[in-house]
Design a protein around this ligand. Structure first.
Ligand SMILES: Nc1ncnc2c1ncn2[C@@H]1O[C@H](COP(=O)(O)OP(=O)(O)OP(=O)(O)O)[C@@H](O)[C@H]1O
Length: 286
């Protein structure tokens, strides 16, 4: 299904960013531009070091120490306050208000996202409190419901437990529930399943896509896996050496790639990505 008529939710325009390194300044993103529209799942692909994480972390204001955005804008259409906000210039305080209720984030490794010595319930409570919201019985029920929606069978037990009691797949479901509990319009996931066993990767991605689409959200998924793009995404952005080299509808890009690098990515993925004709599971979750 084409999403090109949907309004733009996130408009990233000419973002340049880099890192202070020993030898000086190392530029990692060169005028990167892309959009995420309402009710679409966008895949961000490219080989290791192409700048995918730097791109999404620039948008989230979560670059590692030494990292800095030096140019460009990332305009988010907000549901609270002023209609649009430039995430590159709004400042850390506003970004903290935006992360959670407006943009959810699912990191690569669930065990680094969860605190091992704090009960899951307290970690949910901290999310609410960080945004000035109370965490009473109703909010706890909402979290239990969210955990159940991610496919956790005993959410009442899990919410009172600790992360170390969970398998990797279960822990990532908890992280997805945390990223979505404040009902953000956009969820960004940076390689959300690479830390998981192959068998659970698909289940977790199914849940992620279902929860995104069922609630009219948009998602930006960083992945190096073209099968993920084929199965779950409406559009794809291809990065190489800190630049966007191709962007388009998944079916178009995967069947008739224009850039030689995309052709190369597809050729090397063929044989292990039988779903890359674009007719895939994603269509079943819409
Ligand atoms: N903290 C950092 N300090 C210095 N350079 C960094 C840092 N993080 C990333 N870089 C550099 O920025 C460039 C882009 O890296 P980035 O992690 O964004 O790529 P990626 O496409 O997400 O790779 P991967 O798939 O391996 O996560 C690389 O050259 C990388 O070495």
């Amino acid at each position: 299904m084409s999403t090109s008529a949907n309004p733009v939710l996130l408009d990233v325009a000419k973002v340049t960013a880099g890192f202070e390194v020993r030898s000086g300044w190392s530029e990692a993103l060169h005028e990167v531009s892309f959009t995420v529209r309402k009710r679409e799942i966008v895949g961000l692909v490219g080989e290791s070091g192409s700048g995918k994480s730097t791109a999404v972390r620039s948008v989230l204001g979560l670059l590692a120490a030494g990292g800095r955005v030096t140019g460009g804008s990332a305009t988010l259409s907000c549901v609270d306050g002023p209609n649009q906000v430039d995430l590159m210039t709004c400042g850390p305080r506003r970004l903290r208000q935006i992360r959670g209720p407006q943009i959810g984030f699912v990191a690569q490794n669930p065990f680094s996202a969860l605190n091992p010595v704090i009960r899951i319930r307290k970690q949910f409570a901290a999310i609410f409190k960080a945004h000035g919201l109370k965490f009473g019985a109703a909010e706890r029920e909402r979290c239990v419901g969210m955990l159940a929606a991610t496919g956790i069978r005993d959410p009442e037990r899990v919410i009172d437990g600790y992360a170390f009691e969970l398998s990797g797949g279960m822990a990532q479901r908890v992280v997805i529930a945390m990223a979505m509990v404040l009902e953000p319009s956009l969820v960004i996931a940076d390689e959300p399943t690479t830390a998981l066993d192959l068998t659970v990767q698909r289940q977790v991605l199914d849940v992620f896509a279902e929860l995104t689409m069922a609630n009219d959200r948009s998602a930006l998924i960083v992945t190096h896996d073209l099968a993920v793009v084929a199965n779950y995404c409406d559009r794809v952005i291809v990065m190489l050496d800190g630049r966007v080299v191709e962007e388009g509808d998944v079916t178009q890009v995967l069947t008739a790639p224009r850039h030689t690098y995309t052709q190369h990515l597809l050729a090397s993925a063929r044989g292990r990505t039988p779903d890359t004709n674009g007719e895939a599971v994603r269509h079943g979750v819409h």
